[in-house]
Design a protein around this ligand. Sequence first.
Ligand code: ZN
Length: 279
Amino acid sequence: MEIGDFKLDIISDGTLRLDGGAMFGIVPKVIWEKVAKPDEKNRILIGLNCLLIRTPTDNILVDTGIGEKWSEKELSIYAISHPPTILSSLEKVGLKAEDITIVINTHLHFDHAGGNTRFNSKGEIVPTFPNARYFVQYSEYKHACSPHERDRASYLSENWLILSEEGQLFFTQEREEIIPGITVFRIPGHNLDTQLVKITQGNTTVIFLADIIPTTMHLPIAWVMGYDLYPVELMEQKKLLLSQAISQNWICIFEHDAKIPAGRIINNGKQYQVKEVKF
Ligand SMILES: [Zn+2]
C-alpha cells in the first residue's frame, strides 16, 4: 500500500496459539467460540502482524513478532508456526535485516519484542537489526526491567538487554514524532505504557493498534483480554479510539488477527464492523 511518500507492508512473523479464555477475558466460551474456533487444548489462532513503513529516509518496522529464540517445549506450548518469520517476510519485499533503520516497539511483551534480538552462529544473543534505533516508551522499559508478578511472564530481558548495551535503545515519552508523519502516543489499558503508532500522509491515516484492539473480534467494547491489566480504562480508551477511527476513516492494523490484518471500521448503529483493506 502506498500513502503519500510512504510504502506500507504487513510483515508476518507467523502464528501462535493462545488460550481462548485468556484472549476474551470475561466473555463466556459459548459466545466467543462462535467467532474463534478453539483447538483440542482450547487455544485459538493468533496472528503476528508487524508493519513495515518505507519512507524516503528510513525503513521502519513496527514490532518484531515473537522471534526465533524458543525451545522445542515453548514452540509446542504456544504452537508457534514459522515460517514466515520477520526476516523471511522482509526478504519477500526485498529487504535484509541490515536495511531496517528504525524499530518501534509498541511495548516489550515477548510477542511484540521477541524478534528484536536473535542468536548468532555462536549462540550469542545479538540485535536482529544491527543498524536500527529501537524506540520504546521509557516508562515501559522501566517496568519491563522490574515487572509485577501479574505480568512477569510476558517480559524476557533477552529481547532488550543487548540493545541497551549496544546503544541501540532509545526512549519516547507520552506523544512523540519519530519522523515527520509517524507519531507514537502512550495509551493505558492493556498495561500502563503501550504506545500506538499513527502514520499520516495527506488525508490518509493508518493506526497500528497493538494489544489495545488486538483482533477484529475485539471490536465490541467489552471484549477485552484476560491479559489486560486495566480493563475498565481500556474500554474507555477503545471508545475514544474507535470514534476517531470511524469519523476520520482511519485504516486500522490488527496485530494479532490471523485472518484480517487491516481494515476500516464502521458502526452500523448496533455494532462495530470491519471492512477489510488489502495491503
Ligand atoms: Zn500481544
